[in-house]
Design a binder for this molecule. Structure first.
Ligand SMILES: [Zn+2]
Length: 255
C-alpha cells in the first residue's frame, strides 16, 4: 500500500511540475511576442498625389501607417485625407504652412499649430491629436535653442507627444531622389551599430517632390517583414507602448 501511495504522490508531483513549467514557458513566450520588434512607418508633408501611391502599397501589404499632414494641403486635397481616413491609417498634425518662419517664436509656432489642428477638426471626427511631429523634428536647427525649448515645453503642456524617428530614408534631401538611393539610405540606417532595433520609427515623405518614395516602399516593407517586424500605426499605441517609445526617446525626446 505504502509503495502504491508513494507512486501516486510521485505522479501527482510530476504532473504539477510539468504543468507549471509549461505555463511558465507559455507565458514567457507570450511575453517575448508582446515585446517583439515593432515598426512604425510614418509619412510627412502630404496629402498629395504621392499619398495615393503610398496608400496603394500599404493596401497591398495590409499595413497601417501614420501620416503627419500639412493643414494647407489638407484644404487643397480633402478627398485624399478622406481616403487615408477610410483606410484606417493614423492622421496626425505636422504643421499648417511648413514655413521655417514659424520657428521665429513660440507664439508664431503655436499659431500655426492651432491652424492645422482646426483643419483636422473640421475634416475628421477625432478631436484629440495627442501625437504630432514638429517640422524638421524635435532637434531642428532652425530656431534659437531657447525658442525650440519653449516650443517643446509648450507641446508637452498642451498634452501632446512629439514624435521623432530613428530611421530616415532621406527622401526629403532633394526632389524625387532615385529609388536605389532611398533603399540604400534605409539599409545603411538599419545596419547602424547604435540602432535599438526593438522599436523603429521610419521617416518618409508623401509630398509632391517625393514621387520615388512609394516605389521604394515595397522593398523596404519586404525587408522589414523578413526581419520579423510587426507594423503598427500610432492609433494602435496603448499607454504601455507609449511609455516604451518615450523611454527609447522616440517620443518626447527632451522631456
Ligand atoms: Zn515636414
Amino acid at each position: 500500500m505504502k509503495r502504491k501511495n508513494f507512486f501516486i504522490v510521485t505522479i501527482i508531483i510530476s504532473v504539477i511540475i510539468f504543468t507549471s513549467i509549461s505555463v511558465l514557458a507559455i507565458s514567457d513566450d507570450s511575453k517575448c511576442k508582446e515585446n517583439d520588434k515593432i515598426v512604425y512607418l510614418t509619412f510627412d508633408d502630404g496629402p498629395t498625389e504621392t499619398t495615393l501611391e503610398v496608400l496603394k502599397i500599404l493596401d497591398e501589404e495590409n499595413i497601417k501607417a501614420t501620416f503627419f499632414v500639412i493643414g494647407k494641403l489638407v484644404e487643397e486635397n480633402p478627398n485624399i485625407l478622406k481616403e487615408i481616413k477610410e483606410k484606417n491609417h493614423s492622421i496626425c498634425a505636422h504643421t499648417y504652412t511648413h514655413n521655417d518662419s514659424n520657428y521665429v517664436s513660440a507664439d508664431v509656432y503655436f499659431n500655426d499649430y492651432e491652424k492645422v489642428k482646426n483643419v483636422l477638426n473640421e475634416n475628421l471626427n477625432k478631436k484629440n491629436y495627442e501625437f504630432m511631429r514638429m517640422p524638421g523634428g524635435s532637434s531642428t536647427g532652425i530656431p534659437q535653442k531657447s525658442t525650440l525649448k519653449q516650443i517643446r515645453d509648450g507641446l508637452i503642456s498642451r498634452g501632446l507627444y512629439y514624435v521623432d524617428w530613428n530611421i530616415s530614408i532621406e527622401d526629403a534631401m532633394g526632389i524625387n531622389i532615385p529609388v536605389e538611393q532611398l533603399i540604400c539610405n534605409y539599409s545603411k540606417a538599419m545596419n547602424s551599430k547604435n540602432l535599438d532595433k526593438s522599436r523603429i520609427i521610419i521617416l518618409m515623405h508623401d509630398g509632391a517632390s517625393n514621387k520615388t518614395t512609394p516605389k521604394a516602399l515595397g522593398t523596404i516593407i519586404k525587408s522589414l517583414k523578413e526581419q520579423g517586424y510587426e507594423f503598427k500605426s500610432l492609433d494602435m499605441v496603448d499607454e504601455k507602448e507609449r511609455e516604451i517609445l518615450i523611454e527609447k526617446k522616440l517620443i518626447n525626446r527632451y522631456n
